[in-house]
Design a protein around this ligand. Structure first.
Ligand code: NI
Length: 178
């Protein structure tokens, strides 16, 4: 297990469409998940996708089970490993909300996301996962799964008057440099 370097926006590896995982419950997959977990925790991230550490696979981890200091007003999201995800919006509605990204340090932007979502995928053992979620949980899943199709949140910002430095937008927030 290790804390890995997080790739930053501009790195072409963040723009790839990630490959599906074909073998579950392997030592290599568990090692990747350990690294994702360790790296996310060290950075106080709300989630992390394999492409962010240079691994070209459809694997994301997100959630914490407790309030995240980078998003103190957000409700807790259960810690989840999601592999080969498929997202299905359940309503047309989108809502704007602030997002940051460990690959875009120091900045936050207002991003539209679907409010209600079903997500499907697999856990590390290859067992199916299916959940219906809304609000911040739905937002986090959409953000992380965007990393698997080469999309970073600034690409979804519509109103660039609400895109800026975290330390300016949210003075006093912990980890304001992420
Ligand atoms: Ni991100």
């Amino acid at each position: 297990m290790a804390i890995r370097e997080i790739l930053k926006m501009g790195d072409e590896r963040l723009l790839r469409v990630a490959q599906p995982v074909t073998q579950f419950n392997t030592p290599a997959l568990h090692a990747l998940l350990q690294d994702l977990n360790d790296t996310m925790l060290a950075a106080n991230g709300a989630g992390l996708a394999a492409p962010q550490i240079g691994v070209d696979l459809q694997v994301v981890v997100f959630g914490s089970g407790e309030v995240n200091p980078r998003y103190p007003d957000a409700p807790a999201v259960p810690y989840t490993v999601l592999i080969n995800p498929v997202l299905t919006p359940l309503r047309e509605d989108q809502e704007e909300g602030w997002e940051g990204c460990l690959s875009v340090p120091g900045l936050r932007g207002m991003v539209p996301r679907f409010t209600h979502l079903r997500y499907q995928g697999f856990d590390p053992q290859g067992q199916p996962i299916e959940r219906t979620v809304e609000g911040f949980h739905a937002r986090v899943v959409q953000h992380e799964c965007d990393h698997l199709i080469g999309v970073l949140y600034p690409m979804r910002v519509r109103d660039f008057s609400r895109f800026g430095y975290t330390e300016v937008l949210f003075p006093g927030l912990d980890d304001a440099d992420d």
